[in-house]
Design a protein around this ligand. Structure first.
Ligand code: MLT
Length: 404
């Protein structure tokens, strides 16, 4: 009789955003006349920028002719896209990353879930708490997290680094030294970030302790302050300790198009073994590449017109962030985030739990957000709203919350 991977049975409940979608669907089925405003999942709402649409159309037309048709993409991505990434996201920022250290993929969610495969099972992971659930859940599936304690909502073999108002939502170095450290800055879910100096501290810590940092920089485009690094490779020594994951979802609206990339520098080694080679092997074996038309769309992100249009799009969402931040403050809430990230993190009022506030907001304002506790125990008593809605819906949501 076959056996299943029973690590899956250890996972409590369903994936956070599936649970929320289910709850909202139940509410709308029972209340079909209610106009729901969704500021829960970090999904974008603005259409793709004209430069991207033009590139997509052009690439679709190429696919219609034998001379310009493209089949399987190269394993690691088309050279035109990897060079554009290497130049714009790294060289122009003074970071030393070569095009052949970039692995194009269909998004940072998959990369952040898959990357753990190249590490041994007995590595100890450290995560911020609260945290993007994918990092922990995929390590659970791999059998790396020990046992779950429903009381504390923690795993026995995971090192949690609490990020709360007490430490300005910036993790402290843990007491126990981890092997793999997941960091995401600007942060999902808290919307806070750390300075370049603080990030340098993590790079030094990892190099000193022989740890690897998985650095999720999906929200990099939202950085507005000068003292924040746009890539971990702005820090000295990061080439020997860090993998960086990037997404086109949040900076260019590709949530439904799917494109991302991972950077694995060739200097990142375990003994003599280059992690770059392991990831290349995995990528080549399990993945057939992001579609040609999508990679051409990705290239357009770095064109002059694309850059100009996307700057405006990010500005549009950041204006929403300001509307939410100020609206909540006016309504008496304790708020953070929203300055270098499209997420606003608020303290739930009147000692409500995160899920109590979720229900309260859904029922009384018909606004959907994300309960902080869904991201980890230190998220309890917090709540996340996203700036990715339309301006009109964002303003309307704030009016409703003020009148609640
Ligand atoms: C979120 O809401 O946290 C994001 O949409 C998750 C993701 O990008 O996968």
């Amino acid at each position: 009789m076959f056996k299943i991977n029973d690590n899956y049975l250890k996972l409590p409940g369903s994936y956070l955003f599936s649970t929320i979608a289910k709850k909202v669907n139940e509410y709308t089925a029972a209340n079909p006349d209610k106009d729901i405003i969704r500021l829960g999942i970090g999904d974008v709402t603005q259409p793709l920028a004209p430069a991207i649409i033009e590139a997509l159309h052009g690439a679709v037309d190429e696919m219609a002719h034998a001379e310009t048709f493209h089949g399987y993409a190269p394993d690691l991505g088309y050279e035109f896209l990897r060079s554009a990434i290497a130049k714009n996201d790294y060289a122009d920022r003074g970071a030393d990353i070569a095009a052949d250290e970039i692995f194009v993929s269909d998004g940072a969610k998959c990369d952040s879930g898959n990357i753990q495969e190249i590490f041994a099972q007995d590595n100890k992971i450290a995560v911020c708490d609260p945290v993007y659930p994918v990092y922990v859940d995929t390590n659970v599936m791999a059998g790396r997290t020990g046992t779950y304690d429903p009381k504390t909502e923690t795993w026995s073999d995971v090192i949690y680094m609490p990020c709360t108002a007490d430490n300005d939502f910036a993790p402290d170095f843990p007491d126990e030294v981890p092997d793999i450290i997941y960091l995401c800055f600007p942060n999902n879910p808290t919307g806070s970030t750390i300075t370049k100096d603080q990030l340098q501290g993590w790079v030094d810590y990892a190099n000193k302790n022989g740890a690897v940092i998985i650095y999720d920089a999906a929200y990099e485009a939202y950085i507005s302050e000068d003292n924040v690094a746009h890539t971990i490779y702005e820090c000295e020594g990061a080439r020997t300790c860090a993998i960086e994951l990037k997404s086109f979802s949040k900076n260019a609206g590709f949530t439904g198009v799917r494109l991302g990339y991972a950077v694995v520098p060739k200097d990142l080694k375990c003994g003599d073994v280059r992690l770059h080679d392991l990831w290349a092997r995995r990528h080549g074996t399990k993945y057939n590449g992001a579609p040609y038309i999508v990679q051409r769309a990705g290239e357009a992100v770095y064109s002059d017109a694309g850059k100009e249009q996307l700057k405006k799009q990010v500005g549009y969402y950041m204006n929403n962030a300001k509307v939410i931040f100020e609206g909540l403050k006016d309504a008496g809430y304790t708020v953070s985030g929203g300055v270098n990230a499209p997420y606003i993190w608020l303290k739930t009022p009147d000692q409500m739990t995160s899920w109590e506030f979720f229900d309260y907001l859904l029922e009384n304002a018909n606004v959907v957000g994300t309960p902080g506790s869904g991201f980890g125990p230190s998220g309890e008593g917090y709540f996340r709203l996203t700036a990715f809605g339309s301006y009109e819906n964002t303003v309307a949501a704030m009016e409703r919350i003020k009148n609640m």
